[in-house]
Design a protein around this ligand. Structure first.
Ligand SMILES: [Zn+2]
Length: 341
């Protein structure tokens, strides 16, 4: 049992997972659905796909799940809602390959939730490079034991989430009132401004999330699919700070007025947001802006950019009352998942 509990169970909606089939491929020197593995700094593997390289943020992905469970208990987290490591989404691969990888991942994740009941739930991954495949796999995966939602990247090989081609996918999410975690992938900066100081992650990732949220709001997609429960990673990036400007633009700029589309200044309250902002005052501000009923515990575990004791951070905060803590730690996500299907 955890040492820092204060009565509220904690459900972490933002925690990452590497399928055992990928670990097995790594150990036997094979590729996993087009992804090669190499030994990297400190012995932590690197995933290599084409020109891109991704160093795993933690060696824990290659260790037994029992170790992860023990660490989760130490951190006061009761249930982890696992999702694939985003650099492995690979929307640039051929669609049939993406579908095969998604199916294998989702089946494994479901089996894991059954093997450790109550400890893990799962978010399915889908091959967004083909919206029909993605829709089909989302529907299939959401019928599997323990799969309670879907995770997607902030763009599909450079294409924003408001693309018309994605409509079949969002239609299925809407029909199933699905929970969907929108997570940054491959920040788009063609001029190298983010190349140093780890700014590609520090600034680029939250910017990606902001672009994804803005494209859904500015296109009308957010309101087109009213039953989808969208959650933005990393406290939504800069979404809240961008709202006044976005709403203003929608009143004065022809890009909006030509379509008679006005973005309400409070439309961002339609999203859910995780707590991963690494700052108590910023979290308090997020709650003040979007409401404590729209904030969910997220840790990014076991990434080095995650928050090791996110649950303790919420439980021990002097800026949150007991009711807010209970909602954020597990009340809100229970409510969302209870409404599914
Ligand atoms: Zn993450």
């Amino acid at each position: 049992m955890s040492v820092n509990r204060s009565g509220n169970a904690a459900i972490d909606v933002h925690a990452h997972f590497l399928p055992e089939s990928a670990v097995t491929a790594y150990r036997s020197g094979r590729a996993w659905h087009g992804i090669e593995f190499e030994a990297g700094r400190g012995g932590v593997p690197v995933a290599v796909t084409g020109a891109s390289r991704f160093a795993f943020g933690s060696p824990l992905h290659f260790e037994p799940f029992e170790k992860r469970i023990a660490l989760s208990e130490e951190r006061g987290v009761d249930t982890e809602v696992l999702s694939l490591l985003p650099p492995l989404f690979r929307y640039d691969r051929p669609a049939p390959e993406g579908l095969a990888a998604a199916r294998e991942h989702n089946d494994e994740l479901s089996e894991l939730t059954v093997r450790y009941p109550g400890r893990f739930l799962g978010l399915a991954t889908v091959p967004l490079q083909n919206a029909e495949f993605a829709a089909e796999e989302a529907r299939r995966a959401l019928s599997l034991a323990g799969i309670v939602g879907v995770t997607i990247g902030t763009h599909v090989a450079g294409v924003n989430l408001d693309a018309r081609e994605l409509e079949p996918f969002f239609t299925v999410l809407d029909e199933l009132s699905s929970f969907v975690l929108i997570h940054p992938i491959a920040p788009r900066d063609g001029m190298g401004a983010l190349d140093q100081h780890y700014l590609r992650n520090v600034i680029g990732n939250p910017l990606e999330t902001t672009i994804a949220a803005a494209s859904l709001m500015a296109s009308g997609r957010l309101e087109q699919y009213p039953q989808v429960n969208y959650c933005l990673a990393h406290g939504g990036g800069y979404t809240c700070a961008a709202m006044g400007r976005l709403a203003h633009a929608s009143r004065v700029r022809h890009e909006f007025t030509d379509r008679a589309l006005e973005v309400r200044a409070d439309l961002h309250r339609r999203f859910y947001y995780d707590t991963l902002v690494h700052d108590e005052l910023t979290l308090r501000h997020l709650i003040d802006v979007v409401g404590s009923d729209h904030v969910l515990l997220g840790t990014d575990f076991p990434a080095d950019m995650g928050q090791v004791d996110a649950a303790g951070f919420v439980r021990g905060s002097h800026m949150l009352n007991m009711e807010e803590k209970a909602s954020i730690l597990s009340g809100n996500i229970r409510h969302i998942l209870g409404e599914m299907r």
